[in-house]
Design a protein around this ligand. Structure first.
Ligand SMILES: C[S@@+](CC[C@H](N)C(=O)[O-])C[C@H]1O[C@@H](n2cnc3c(N)ncnc32)[C@H](O)[C@@H]1O
Length: 247
């Protein structure tokens, strides 16, 4: 046990910001500092953080998705790349509903996450049935447009809808993330933002995002283990939420 503790301390000393993030993640600092809107707290208590919908999200990730979907101004849809079983879709759809914005679109061939496939090979089954069931249970099925295909198959048929919030969480490879950004960032509205998942988890995602800097909105900041790119000033509730690290 002391060995494990020594390892953890050594890791923390090498990367104090990440260690700080891990502590804040556990403490759920944003929650106790009143940075979560009451509507999100209720959603977290009743649905998002109950384990009813399978997923890999920290509570802070879900709150940020909710806040972006609710607070980013202007017209435009929200597009999620990589729906899986609908956990982030649900946070986004409730944010859109509470902010009175245009609907959520989400795309996934439902053939499996890279991490899962690499760990279990072809044994991973389709997530589509659970995804559709979860959207029904969450009461958002009618507010979400779901495409069962790969994001690069959707791109040529994207109906030109301006995108207010883009969440990139599909195939975590260099070419796939590069293509997702190249295909959909040009559709962002003037105030539109892009959130890219797993920047700190996959070197290929990090490289793709770093190489796309010229394409992304001007400001790129850390958001947990993700990266958020935005053009001007973020809405105050989002800014305050991001001041505390997590993930
Ligand atoms: C990490 S999961 C998404 C999790 C979901 N965004 C959430 O937070 O609840 C990644 C998903 O990307 C999907 N995926 C794999 N290749 C894809 C592609 N080319 N286009 C879109 N989605 C893809 C997988 O089937 C998997 O369900």
């Amino acid at each position: 046990m002391l060995d494990g503790m020594a390892d953890r301390l050594a890791r923390a000393a090498r990367n104090p910001r990440r260690a700080g993030g891990a502590v804040f993640t556990r403490l759920q600092a944003q929650r106790w500092l009143g940075l979560e809107p009451p509507e999100f707290k209720a959603l977290a208590r009743d649905l998002l953080c109950t384990g009813q919908i399978e997923g890999w999200r920290y509570r802070q990730d879900l709150c940020l998705l909710y806040l972006l979907a609710r607070e980013i101004p202007g017209p435009g849809v929200t597009l999620e790349i990589g729906s899986f079983k609908g956990l982030a879709t649900t946070a986004l759809a409730y944010g859109v509903r509470h902010g009175g914005h245009e609907r959520v679109h989400t795309v996934d061939p439902h053939t499996g996450d890279r991490q899962d496939l690499e760990a279990h090979g072809a044994a991973v089954g389709s997530s589509e049935a659970a995804f559709r069931r979860n959207l029904e249970t969450a009461g958002i099925a009618a507010e979400v447009t779901a495409y069962v295909m790969k994001s690069d198959e959707l791109a040529p048929d994207w109906p030109g809808l301006p995108i207010r919030v883009l969440f990139v969480d599909g195939w975590h490879g260099y070419d796939a993330v590069t293509a997702d950004l190249a295909n959909f960032v040009p559709h962002l509205t003037p105030d539109g933002v892009v959130l890219i998942d797993d920047y700190l988890n996959y070197d290929e995602v990090k490289a793709a995002v770093d190489d796309a800097t010229g394409l992304l909105p001007t400001h790129v900041v850390r958001a947990g283990r993700m990266r958020l790119a935005y053009p001007g000033r973020l809405p105050e509730p989002v800014q305050r939420f991001l001041r505390i690290p997590w993930g």
